[in-house]
Design a protein around this ligand. Structure first.
Ligand SMILES: NC(=O)c1ccc[n+]([C@@H]2O[C@H](COP(=O)([O-])OP(=O)(O)OC[C@H]3O[C@@H](n4cnc5c(N)ncnc54)[C@H](OP(=O)(O)O)[C@@H]3O)[C@@H](O)[C@H]2O)c1
Length: 244
């Protein structure tokens, strides 16, 4: 298997890529920072014994996506799967009052994903096989006062992958949406930990198991499905007064 890993510096991404590499997959680890990407590829190769390459990718640099993807596919010698793991909370408070920060969050979490997935999907559908795994968020299930800019980008990403799944399922390509709860990463560093926070390795193990079962939408960890089920049905007049 030849797999493109986008957002390779995320610990969830690295742990997930390791699961595939341990089964012999060839990984192309792409990140904004070339030095980090090369170290991550070397680490995956050393620990798994599989082949790993690296490249630079910026979700917000839309104009570079076509060349980036063509090069990655050439270097990998094909493409069987894409693991889309990039995302950012940015400055959540500033995003509520500054259109520049708000649009930057939308570009990095949503528009960048639309751009690269549209290109990758074209390749996969033409070959009639492959898969795409997209990391979404519970923040994308209901708009919250504190982080609705990030949440709306993730929510839009969920809808986009839902439609992509429906289209590509007829073309032999499987698309899985992962709705992540709180994971202990740089993204949540410095925030109050909760009992619901899990380690990146645990999240990656659940994502990999769900991928093996060809699930369409998976909550990781699983208990976020009932939690969000309840949060989703709270009437709007009450929800707007909560501090979730
Ligand atoms: N941690 C959580 O509780 C949580 C909850 C729900 C969903 N998620 C989602 O899980 C995924 C992984 O996040 P994480 O928790 O592992 O956090 P993380 O360690 O901060 O990883 C985020 C990744 O996204 C990359 N990234 C950010 N902006 C980018 C851009 N413009 N172009 C390319 N790459 C970019 C980062 O690259 P750099 O190293 O270059 O910054 C990094 O690789 C994200 O999609 C996140 O939204 C996380």
């Amino acid at each position: 298997m030849k797999i493109l890993l986008l957002g390779a510096t995320s610990p969830i991404a690295r742990a997930l890529a390791m699961r595939f590499a341990e089964r012999g997959a060839r990984i192309h680890a792409a990140a904004r920072d070339a030095a980090e990407a090369s170290k991550i590829a070397a680490d995956i190769a050393t620990r798994s014994g599989a082949d790993a390459l690296w490249g630079t990718f910026d979700a917000a640099d839309f104009a570079s996506h076509r060349d980036f993807l063509e090069r990655a596919i050439r270097e990998l010698g094909g493409l069987d799967g894409v693991l889309l793991c990039f995302g950012t909370l940015g400055d959540e408070a500033r995003a509520l009052i500054d259109p520049g920060e708000a649009l930057s969050l939308v570009n990095q979490n949503y528009a960048g994903a639309v751009s690269i997935l549209t290109l990758a999907a074209r390749h996969l559908e033409q070959q009639g096989r492959g898969f795409i795994v997209v990391l979404g968020s519970v923040a994308g299930v209901r708009g919250r006062a504190r982080n609705y800019v990030y949440g709306s980008a993730k929510g839009a990403l969920h809808l986009f992958t839902q439609g992509l799944r429906a289209r590509l399922s007829r073309r032999g390509v499987h698309v899985m949406t992962v709705i992540l709860g709180t994971v202990d990463t740089r993204m949540t560093w410095g925030r109050e930990g909760t009992l619901l926070t899990v380690a990146p390795e645990r999240a990656a193990a659940s994502i990999f198991r769900a991928w093996e079962k060809k699930r369409d939408v998976v909550y990781v960890p699983w208990f976020w499905r009932p939690i969000m089920g309840v949060i989703r049905i709270i009437p709007e007049r009450l929800f707007k007064r909560t501090n979730f």
